[in-house]
Write a protein that binds this ligand. Structure first.
Ligand SMILES: [Fe+2]
Length: 340
């Protein structure tokens, strides 16, 4: 059930009652324990948390769950939540918690190491790594010089019947939401209509897009970057390539995972140490990149050779307000309006 022993929960109740200004307990640092709500998979991040424990001696109690489910738990627990840190899978959830006033501002020493496009404009959370939206294509049927410079160019009639996408996929919804934030609903609606007029083939998720390019069913697709890497790991000559649109194009969105410290956290110092650890280029950042093929968000982290664009994501990905990506409902509405 809840994290830790019943003793921890009772102790928290006492501490909460003792707060005077709602800003958290004023007491000396006893950074020896930490409660983490974790929306990322245990098999991936478990070893990292272990490393943090070994390095700092801080005892981390982790509650794993789906990101949306943990957001609901936090909403239910309100200021009695035992959570110090929330590590979420997506920016939408972090933006929502930030808007709800659940996070405290992170120290500049933490936000300062992450490029602006990878952190909340309100300074309440930072990205820890990201998955990139890319353009996948058949190198035999699409010449490099014919590749579209922008995701908006895919509405050109020359691509009619040649494009694949996964319009119901969570990554696609996040991408369209970002397009709305950057370009507004009207331009996004126009793009969706233009795409629809080009008769794209709809797939339930990303991997069949890659396979359909390989088999010749389509020539171009809009997946996340890591799917092709899986096929390439099995077959280095897999007949699909991937690339980015021009620098800053919304089609190059980096879907970030990220982390924030709850306003009600009792272990803020340990929480900040944990985030510093997650952002350390030599350990956590390189680990996330090599183990999960995700993009690091700090400079100096090792970027695997296979990642398109290499370490240049700060330049490649658009600069948008990550706190504004939570209106997925508005995106669903817009998409159903245009019949998608
Ligand atoms: Fe995925």
């Amino acid at each position: 059930m809840l994290i830790g022993s019943a003793g921890v929960i009772i102790a928290l109740g006492v501490m909460v009652g003792a707060w005077v200004d709602g800003a958290g307990p004023a007491r000396a640092d006893d950074a020896e324990s930490l409660v983490l709500y974790c929306g990322r998979g245990q098999s991936l991040v478990g070893p990292l948390i272990e490393k943090f424990r070994a390095q700092t001696g801080i005892d981390v109690k982790v509650k794993y769950g789906g990101t949306t489910e943990l957001v609901a738990t936090l909403a239910e627990e309100r200021d009695r939540s035992p959570a110090d840190v929330f590590w979420a899978q997506d920016a939408a959830s972090l933006g929502q918690l930030s808007r709800d006033g659940r996070f405290s501002r992170l120290p500049d020493s933490i936000t300062g190491v992450v490029a602006e496009n990878f952190r909340s404009s309100s300074g309440t959370w930072v990205a820890t790594s990201g998955r990139a939206r890319v353009l996948a294509y058949s190198p035999s049927r699409v010449k490099a010089q014919d590749l579209p410079a922008s995701v908006f160019d895919l509405t050109d009639p020359k691509w009619k019947g040649r494009i694949g996408w996964a319009p119901t996929n969570a990554s696609f919804l996040a991408f369209v939401t970002a397009m709305r934030v950057e370009h507004g609903d009207d331009k996004t609606r126009q793009w969706l209509i233009g795409m629809k007029n080009n008769s794209p083939k709809a797939y339930p998720k990303n991997s069949p897009i890659i396979e359909a390019i390989a088999s010749g069913e389509i020539d171009l697709g809009l997946p996340n970057h890591y799917y092709l890497l899986r096929y390439r790991a099995m077959d280095p000559n897999y007949p699909v390539a991937q690339t980015f649109f021009r620098d800053g194009d919304i089609g190059n969105l980096l879907l970030v995972s990220g982390v924030g410290v709850l306003k009600t956290a009792l272990n803020k110092d340990a929480a900040h140490k944990f985030i510093e650890f997650l952002l350390s280029p030599d350990t956590a950042q390189s680990f996330l990149a090599s183990e999960d093929m995700e993009y690091p968000v700090v400079r100096g982290a090792a970027v695997p050779e296979q990642l398109p664009g290499k370490g240049a994501m700060e330049r490649v990905t658009p600069r948008i307000d990550l706190d504004k990506l939570s209106d997925l409902e508005g995106t669903r509405k817009l998409m159903s309006e245009v019949g998608l």
